[in-house]
Ligand binder design. Structure first.
Ligand SMILES: C[S@@+](CC[C@H](N)C(=O)[O-])C[C@H]1O[C@@H](n2cnc3c(N)ncnc32)[C@H](O)[C@@H]1O
Length: 424
């Protein structure tokens, strides 16, 4: 691959994006108070952003200046946080960080074991050749791939191929490379709703060597992006998908960095049954007390999270609830919502209630294994750990893979049948 496109390969946002936060440029803009969360453009190469940062927290690098940014205007009306988020400078998330994060996942999601074996290793492994066919296609059409890494792509590709949902909702679109995968994996004519505060074409304009966007012109995808954006929770799904039976057969792909509890409430309310929760940070990362998220908590928390080892998280993930019992010494922790712009301090009792809530709602909680990882993990990869020749398999090397084969054990959730009729 030419060196310039090689460089851009790492400038994507993605499922591990908010683990790539070490070089995220963050600054607090106390003069603004907005409740919207906006995606701003993928910038063509430009000068450093340093001078725009009044706090000195900005660690923008030259590579960072060429990367896409998310601009998140804080959700809290009293405190606004204007993140200028530099997504995924290659240097920002090291292989060591990825392995440290993977090592936080225990053998199983101990608090939510129902359905933890929903998909067997044999059927997952059997799917690898089909995924490789798709991967080759994606490489041809979107060579500067963004934003999901190979491991998460495999999980979602398997899920869509296996469930064959009637409708797909993707919350979190970015450049639309995931839309490309969904369109090429779902049954012909499957309706897709794509939701993002930014529009792929605006945020990721095409230029030589850039990530470039993909938008579906088949007529089967509805874009609730840019000016048409509404949050998943605010949309009248009864109008867009009037048949409750179809909603029960809809897959909701959540890559929008919101609290899993808030999202499950909405899924329940509309009778959605299936969800894929992508950035499934382990508890420690999900609840990180770092300098970059939770501006609304100000200095009421001690921001000493070891970001050099673990980067940090921006949403209360499914695994943060289901992964295991709270560490003994933890009396309080942070619950993050809305890309880490809306945070609350929670107690052990809150965690118990959240575990109980999810357990009651879920028929299945399944965490996808990793396709390949060079890291040690009690959860074996699907590709044999001795695999060294990834290239001959048609996969990128660890060095060239978008996230160094990082993995957050994204989860598939199947909710129980609604106990009360859902709106139509
Ligand atoms: C990690 S990217 C999504 C990448 C995409 N899933 C892919 O792999 O191609 C996260 C996206 O979530 C978007 N986002 C932020 N808040 C959102 C919200 N409330 N609803 C939906 N998307 C949101 C951001 O603008 C960003 O584009």
């Amino acid at each position: 691959m030419p060196s310039n496109s090689y460089k851009y390969k790492y400038d994507g946002c993605g499922p591990l994006s908010c683990l790539a936060l070490l070089t995220f440029s963050v600054f607090v803009d106390a003069s603004r108070s907005q409740t919207s969360l906006r995606r701003v453009l993928e910038v063509a190469p430009h000068t450093s952003d340093k001078k725009k940062n009044p706090t000195g927290l900005n660690k923008t690098t030259t590579a960072a200046a060429e990367a896409p940014y998310w601009n998140l205007i804080g959700a809290n009306a009293n405190t606004s946080l204007n993140f200028k988020v530099n997504i995924a400078s290659r240097k920002s998330l090291t292989p060591e960080q990825q392995c440290n994060i993977i090592s936080e996942f225990g053998r199983m999601p101990l608090m939510c074991m129902k359905g933890h074996d929903r998909f067997g290793r044999a059927e997952l492994k059997k799917h690898i050749p089909q995924f490789m066919d798709f991967w080759r296609l994606q490489q041809q059409i979107l060579p500067n791939h963004c934003c999901m890494g190979v491991n998460h792509m495999f999980a979602l590709h398997f899920l869509v191929s296996t469930l064959q949902p009637s409708v797909i909702i993707e919350s979190g679109v970015a450049a639309g490379h995931q839309t490309f995968m969904l369109r090429n994996t779902a049954r012909h004519g499957t309706r897709i709703f794509s939701i993002d505060p930014g529009d792929p074409a605006m945020s990721y304009p095409k230029f030589a060597g850039g990530i470039g966007h993909w938008k579906d012109d088949s007529g089967f995808t509805t874009y609730l992006t840019g000016a048409s954006f509404q949050d998943f929770a605010a949309i009248n799904w009864g109008a867009l998908i009037p048949d409750p039976g179809v909603r029960a057969n809809t897959l909701v792909v959540l890559d929008d960095h919101q609290s899993c509890i808030e999202r499950v409430k909405v899924l329940r309310a509309w009778g959605f049954k299936w969800a894929f929760y992508e950035d499934n940070y382990p508890f420690m990362v999900a609840t990180s007390a770092d300098p970059y998220t939770c501006a609304n908590l100000g200095n009421t928390i001690v921001r000493d999270f070891p970001i050099a080892k673990f980067a940090f998280g921006d949403a209360y993930s499914m695994n943060a609830v289901c992964g295991g019992p709270l560490p003994e010494k933890t009396s309080n922790f942070i619950i993050k919502d809305r890309f880490g712009t809306s945070c609350t301090v929670a107690t052990r009792q809150d965690q118990l209630l959240n575990v109980q809530y999810l357990r009651e709602q879920m028929e299945v909680y399944f965490e996808f294994p990793v396709l390949y990882t060079p890291c040690k993990s009690p959860r074996p990869p699907l590709l044999d750990a001795s695999t060294t020749d990834l290239v001959s398999l048609g996969l990128p090397t660890v060095e060239t893979e978008l996230w160094h084969y990082g993995h957050l054990f994204p989860s598939f959730v199947e909710l129980t049948k609604p106990s009360v009729p859902v709106p139509s």
